[in-house]
Design a protein around this ligand. Structure first.
Ligand code: SF4
Length: 306
């Protein structure tokens, strides 16, 4: 989530707030704590993947132009919205026959190679959804669907939108489970669930928002109908939180360096790799521009037609 900057009027008795890149500002009162770093999982992930990409997304203003929309993002968004709207139906209308209307109603068309590929993607997505809802109990209402959870720590003001939060019986009462839908080509395993910082942060936040244990995280891969799960412990959630806080400190230090006149390219170095071919800012990035770009529909080609 991006936040608008606040007006930078001088505060009585203090220095004028110093404008930070991306709209954040630092009040100059001695002894005052640093402003919390407002973040989502994708904001932290962008920096962890490539600090330069983070800068293009969240710091440079005006932001550099992005490349064209990706078909795999359209496909993922369409499936996620259909599942969200599935749960908005009364329980007695949650039947597989409802899915075609739901999927058509919010289908995102951008990025596909042509109508033929888009139609193939729609048919494939409908098949995924029909198979997936067969595994759900129509009467069971999750605790949250596309539910925003937020938590503050000494460093972070975290917020994120979980695809689904289930409440399931545990040995000592109801426990929460974070469910994340996946539509990419490749299946996922328990290591993906265990290593996902986003899922861990959702679990950490949900436990505090709902005041119920939330240790289980699950990746539901619709193309294969598989579930990759992990049961966190207090320690493993704390480790993920500490990592997120470390990333936040790095980002704040880089932003401070730029605000103090440092070289923005040095503060936010490139981290080139295969991901450059899929980067929204490849054309703007001198390093990424040396990597051949992927066609916007390339990932769907592989997942839908492969
Ligand atoms: S093109 Fe590559 S190096 Fe450049 S911002 Fe994107 S991911 Fe980073």
């Amino acid at each position: 989530m991006r936040r608008a900057s606040s007006a930078g009027r001088p505060a009585a008795g203090g220095r004028a707030p110093q404008q930070r890149p991306g709209g954040a500002e630092q009040l100059g009162f001695e002894g005052m704590p640093e402003r919390l770093f407002v973040c989502t999982p994708s904001k932290l992930g962008a920096y962890a993947d490539c600090p330069r990409r983070y800068r293009y997304s969240y710091v440079d203003r005006p932001a550099p132009p992005k490349g064209p929309p990706w078909a795999h993002n359209s496909l993922g968004a369409s499936v996620h919205t259909a599942l969200k709207n599935w749960y908005a139906l009364p329980a007695d209308r949650r039947r597989p026959e409802a899915l075609a209307t739901l999927l058509k109603g919010t289908w995102v068309r951008e990025g596909y190679r042509d109508d033929e590929q888009e139609r193939a993607a729609y048919r494939r997505a409908l098949g995924w959804l029909e198979a997936y809802v067969e595994t759900l109990e129509p009467e069971a209402d999750p605790l949250g669907v596309e539910r925003v959870v937020a938590v503050k720590t000494a460093v972070l003001a975290f917020n994120g939108r979980a695809d689904r939060i289930d409440s399931r019986p545990g040995p000592e009462g109801p426990e929460l489970v974070i469910v994340d839908y996946k539509t990419g080509r490749t299946g996922l395993d328990a290591d993906d669930a265990r290593g996902s910082q986003a899922l861990a942060l959702y679990a950490y936040a949900a436990e505090r928002v709902f005041r119920r244990p939330c240790r289980r995280v699950e990746l539901h891969h619709l193309p294969t109908g598989t579930i990759a799960g992990h049961d966190h412990t207090t320690e493993s959630l704390t480790r993920q939180l500490t990592r997120a806080e470390d990333t936040a400190r790095d980002i704040m230090a880089a932003e401070r360096a730029v605000a103090d006149g440092g070289d923005a390219d040095e503060a936010f170095p490139v981290a080139p790799g295969p991901r450059c071919g899929w980067c929204d800012y490849r054309r703007h990035c001198p390093t990424g521009a040396q990597t051949p770009g992927k066609e916007p529909w390339a990932a769907v080609d592989r997942s839908v037609e492969g």
